[in-house]
Design a protein around this ligand. Structure first.
Ligand SMILES: Cc1cc2nc3c(=O)[nH]c(=O)nc-3n(C[C@H](O)[C@H](O)[C@H](O)COP(=O)(O)O)c2cc1C
Length: 223
């Protein structure tokens, strides 16, 4: 088997430097064939994974499964918003119909001597590999969680249990419109060449007006 470590690919680099998500509103059919989906999932599961724990699994929604899942989302929405207008409920019902294929990437952490944080990163890497592979096959993707990723009724309805966390719903389809550019972090604000005692550029001035930091950082031991 050929391994591609260290082999240059100007095409891949050019792609990475221009990569963009495609909004669900700009995705339509066709979606990936069964063979293409297999390729995407194979790439998605080829990720760095400390301890070979495979702390994630895939949940594929295609065809009628999207309608059924949409019904679960709509019911959960009504349970949370009993006064909701029917057009809003209908919107929720259509969530998974916005693209021909939706794949949930679900993190299911294992007990391990390695920190949980690393398993979270692996699940995120699986989602990003998923997206890159779909793009390489000519599809657009959007990685979404939206409210229903965290809703107990939806989670239960989809078969998730307390050990499962949705890393993302990956919406995949054919690009209807090319996305516009989006602001990216300024490297000068986040790249440091370490020198003893030098003040670090921690990206604090990127979007400073918009986001603060928690007083004492996040406590990852509580995750
Ligand atoms: C874990 C995760 C969840 C996300 N959930 C949402 C979401 O619910 N709604 C949304 O508009 N964007 C969401 N995004 C952001 C989009 O997927 C996308 O990355 C963003 O629109 C920027 O586009 P880009 O990939 O072209 O940089 C999420 C991203 C991540 C990593």
């Amino acid at each position: 088997m050929d391994i591609y470590a260290g082999k240059p690919s100007s095409e891949m680099l050019a792609y990475l430097l221009k990569r963009r998500s495609v909004k669900v509103e700009d995705l339509s059919g066709p979606g990936p064939s069964a063979e293409q989906l297999e390729t995407i999932l194979t790439a998605a599961s080829r990720v760095p994974d400390h301890g070979k724990l495979c702390p994630y699994y895939f949940l594929v929604f295609e065809g009628v499964a999207r309608t059924k899942a949409g019904e679960i989302i709509a019911q959960a929405y009504v349970a949370d918003n009993p006064e909701a207008r029917e057009d809003k409920v209908q919107c929720e019902r259509q969530r998974f119909m916005r693209a021909p294929l939706v794949v949930a990437i679900v993190m299911r952490a294992r007990m391990s001597k390695n920190p949980l944080w690393e398993q979270i990163l692996t699940a995120g890497a699986a989602a990003q590999n998923f997206s890159l592979a779909a793009h390489a096959l000519g599809f657009g993707t959007q990685w979404l969680t939206e409210w229903y990723a965290y809703d107990e009724n939806v989670r239960k309805g989809l078969g998730l249990d307390a050990k499962d966390v949705v890393a993302g719903f990956m919406y995949v389809g054919t690009c209807e419109n090319q996305p516009e550019e989006r602001e990216r972090p300024d490297l000068e604000l986040i790249v440091n060449r370490w020198k003893e005692g030098a003040r670090l550029q921690k990206g604090d001035s990127y979007n400073r007006e918009k986001f603060g930091y928690p007083q004492n950082g996040f406590d990852f031991s509580k995750l």
